[in-house]
Design a binder for this molecule. Structure first.
Ligand code: FAD
Ligand code: FES
Length: 512
């Protein structure tokens, strides 16, 4: 989360070429949990990350560990059928249980606590809201979560009183502490973790049983029988997976609240996009706690540069419902929404020995842990009951409408190649901000630092050539098409692009 004081362990850079059983790219919850189970099973594992462990979306999470499904069991049943909904629920229970087991067996002090989760209606509309709750309760029961109940009165007083769905045995923890403990456990069981290793190339195993090769931009290689790409958005795939999912930005505030004013619990409303609420440390001491509230999602790079307004709206929403005092923390992050609701965990489409974990939506803690249970079994060649459910190659015909909507949206982004820039002249780029400027046939991403120094890069995303957009909350260039993000100097923060924004100058006019 925002707690910069929580210690994340440091790991060395990759200083030599290596040979191993499995190379895991990405040290977020999906990559580390996968590496942990592989190492425990006696496999030789190398984990590469270009930042610190947990430095991606995992470090930004609000860490609701839920068996409640944010796209609803009723929707999974509609799209994929009753059996799929049962397997999903089974995997979600196993995912949260696995986290609890890892915490216990590896003795990770991360404030893990079980508590109830509550879905509450976004609006009261004369009883109709109750129908949604009843529908989801019944779908959860059919999926096997028979302990989900409809409560006429939930823990919070008016104006939020009224019915809500109660999901028992949810959980929460402190993500930085958990991920630090998980990384240490990977090493304890024989895994090797390397930081500062930006992966720029991944070659699948050859047909005749050869090995995969992972190459870093420093020219180091790791050869492995299998490669797990756990980079949140796959960096190995250029098109196929990116048509099946879409990147969204989500916003979070942390506000002081009197201890006891909000009962411990995970809270979600039924709005679209929904709000998600928890206390930082319900078991802590002191007179106050921090209420962590998220929501106000929009498609990455399509928020209209109104990030401050998103935080204001989130604060307004919270004040109308919870007795918060000062807002002390604000941050945002990116979630990847699959068009058919379920994450993609398994063999990369068309690959032999490349495996991916992506599309985990607002359930990425649970999905990432499920990846750590499923991928080692698949790599070992075992059958697994969840394999078909999470198969990245699946085609869900009933989700065609959503697939079309997201891909028409992406196609529409290419109009930006022909529109004017955000501003006409570099003099209009404020200090500490970035703006897109048109130069002839092309567009430039221009950033001005607080000393007035300008950094000029091409505004064309190297992945599939959409025009990047300035994110004033995170101070990054975000791609509206598939979620690549870049620092003000153009270096890539997350994929699918593996390359930085190209060097450019104000004299470029795109003519050559
Ligand atoms: C604000 C917010 C709140 C959330 N709240 C919840 C919640 O309450 N509950 C829940 O279940 N989920 C939640 N999620 C979702 C969840 O946090 C994510 O889905 C999950 O953390 C993703 O984990 P990951 O391991 O797939 O990816 P990441 O944590 O992003 O890890 C990917 C890693 O890959 C590395 N990497 C990327 N490209 C390269 C490269 N080329 N070379 C080397 N390394 C590379 C990155 O540095 C990164 O460390 C939330 C997300 C956000 C943003
Ligand atoms: S992320 Fe695909 S075009 Fe930018």
């Amino acid at each position: 989360m925002w707690d910069a004081t929580a210690e994340l362990p440091a790991f060395p850079p990759l200083a030599e070429d290596l040979d191993t059983d499995v190379c895991v790219v990405g040290a977020g919850i999906a990559g580390l949990t996968t590496a942990y189970h592989l190492a425990r099973a006696g496999r030789a594992v190398v984990v590469l990350d270009d930042g610190p462990v947990g430095g991606g979306e995992t470090g930004r999470t609000t860490a609701h560990l839920a068996t409640a499904f944010d796209d609803y069991y009723s929707e999974v049943e509609r799209l994929h059928g009753a059996r799929a909904s049962q397997l999903l629920a089974e995997s979600f229970v196993a995912g949260v249980d696995a986290i609890e087991r890892i915490v216990r067996e590896e003795d990770i002090a991360c404030d893990f606590v079980r508590l109830d989760g509550w879905w509450f209606p976004a609006v009261r509309n004369g009883g109709e809201e109750r129908d949604t709750l009843v529908e989801e309760r019944d779908a959860a029961h059919r999926a096997g979560l028979t302990d989900v109940t409809l409560e006429e009165q939930w823990p919070l007083a008016e104006p939020l009183g009224g019915p809500a769905l109660r999901f028992p045995r949810q959980a929460q923890f402190h993500i930085h502490r958990y991920i630090a403990g998980l990384a240490r456990a990977v090493v304890k069981h024989g895994g090797r973790i390397f930081m500062g290793a930006h992966v720029s190339g991944i070659e699948d195993a050859s047909e005749d049983g050869g090995r995969c090769t992972v190459t870093t931009d420093a020219g180091r290689t790791v050869r492995a029988a299998d490669v797990v790409v756990a980079t949140n958005v796959p960096i190995n795939d250029r098109v196929a997976m990116h048509t099946k999912q879409a990147p969204y930005r989500t916003y979070v505030i942390g506000a002081r609240v009197r201890r006891g004013a909000v009962p411990p619990g995970l809270y979600w409303d039924t709005a679209e996009p929904y709000h998600y609420v928890r206390l930082l440390d319900p078991q802590g001491s002191g007179d106050t706690d921090v209420l962590i509230v998220g929501g106000e999602d929009h498609k990455t790079g399509q928020g209209g540069d109104d990030e401050p307004a998103r935080f204001d709206a989130l604060e307004r929403w919270t004040r109308q419902r919870f007795p918060i005092e000062a807002v002390e923390h604000r941050w945002s992050g990116q979630v990847i929404e699959p068009v058919d609701a379920i994450a993609f965990i398994g063999r990369n489409p068309g690959s032999r020995r490349l495996w991916i974990a992506t599309g985990d939506s607002g359930n990425g803690m649970t999905h990432g842990t499920i990846a750590g249970l499923l991928l080692p079994a698949l790599i070992a060649g075992e059958d697994h009951p969840w394999a078909t459910l999470y198969d990245p190659s699946r085609v869900t015909l009933k989700a065609t409408g959503e697939w079309l909507k997201e891909n028409v949206n992406v196609a529409a982004q290419y109009r930006e190649l022909a529109t004017p820039g955000d501003v006409d002249d570099v003099a209009q780029v404020p200090a500490g901000e970035g703006r897109v400027i048109r130069r002839g046939a092309t567009k430039l991403a221009v950033h001005r630092d607080h000393d007035g120094t300008l950094t000029v890069r091409s505004a064309i995303c190297p992945h599939l050539w959409c025009v990047v957009d300035w994110n004033s909350a995170e101070k990054t260039w975000d791609c509206p098409c598939h979620g690549s993000r870049f620092a003000p100097d153009g270096s890539v923060i997350n994929g699918p692009s593996r390359a930085p924004l190209a060097e450019a100058s104000l004299d470029d006019d795109g003519a050559s």
